[in-house]
Ligand binder design. Sequence first.
Ligand code: SF4
Length: 499
Amino acid sequence: MPTLSKSRFVSGVQCEKKLYFDIFRKDLKPPLSAAQERLFSSGNTVGELAQKAFPNGKDATFEMNGDWSLGLRRTTDWIKEGMATIYEAAFSHSKVFAALDILHLTQQNERWAIEVKSSTEVKDYHITDASLQYWVMNKCGVVPDKFFILHINNAYVKQGAINPNELFTLSDITAQVKSKQAWVTAQLSYLHELLDTANEPAKEIGKHCHSPFACDYMHHCWMHIPQQSVFELFSPRGKDWELYESGITLLEEIPVDLALSHRQKLQVEGVKFNRSYIDKPAIKEFLSTFQFPLYFFDFETIFPGVPPIDGASPYQQTPFQYSLHILNSPNGELEHREFLANPADYSDASTTDPRRLLLEQLQKDIGSTGSIVAYNATFEIGVLKSLIPLFPEFENFVNDLSSRFVDLLIPFRNAWYYKPEMGKSASIKSVLPALAPEFGYDDLPIGNGGDASETFLAMINDTFTGNTEETRQYLLRYCERDTYGMVVLWRMLKEKTWL
Ligand code: SF4
């Protein structure tokens, strides 16, 4: 019978078919995406820092061609020797194996079981995973007095070297894991029985395919769901599943008299009749609030769990780049300005803080009058305002900029203009190629914000392996495309409404 690890147990609790595939259909598992690999590597960094919060331990890591006996033996021996801290302490009982991130014996002789997580709070699936860990330890006779999740403290502000004792916070989940022990026993018996049969469970697709994680096997189980299905409905709020369960799979099958939001109705009519929609008076009124010169503006940010620079908190959006297109008059010449920080400046921000350099250049690039056009302006305003406590001398400048933003997302989010090609999204990545296919992102080596952010972060962390100068150009071209795209959209809206 296959052994159940913590990750397999969490898989099985999400969906028994997922567990079955994990074990018997490895061929179905897609390779790790670049984003998953980056997540994995950032999890390792967090794990290493967490060990520093409980220093001087010994690592019982079991990895030896799938043979866990060494890790198990080391753990048993070291516990017997009274070792205070063991990393990756390994336990096994009745075909269940689980390794604990940190096993710690306090000076008061309390045994603490600690699982490390990169999140800023305890999630339900952490309790699932920890409950199994407690179950195995209990069966092995090593009963934790306390069980903790050691997770990131989002109130931490980096000053100097990372202080692991402040970066992390301990959340006591002892009561929750103890209360789930009978449930773990029942789940284990169900999952073991299922694996014994080695038959693929007959499980239908459902909300569990996305919760707590988007399942790796959707490419297989969702094969029968065609394009333009009800699962592509804009902001469905459960309507997608109601429709699917009532036998309606395609957007075009949705009855015209079904109660839908304005945006959903446009989407369904778009699919049924290839119909576009434009509310010219609303767009005209919106565009009339724009004042020249127009500054089309976009930030790129990094937001790692371990703050990259002094003054930053975990997962805080820290800007490293902007693009700015400037139009002084309706038919004037388009000017372009841009900023891209030097990754080396993050290691010694005391003299050349890249955020200050960014603000200084922005002050030169943006004049004192005119509208600042952003796509989802709340983000840009939020990032700018987060810099005020760090650089109070820029407070008036930032507040002035913040009051001048206009948001190009509004006409699309409110569906004042809709084309079927936009599908369910009002993001610029959907709207721009739908309205101006020649200005998409497919031709760019870096074509989305996530990649831009991760690439720059790798440059800061010295884990970047490509051609630095070439990649800096890719980053610049990507951000420039966003602001140029806004210019294109603004012009298009203007023409459509004959302003
Ligand atoms: S896609 Fe859904 S049904 Fe298929 S294995 Fe994953 S969670 Fe289960």
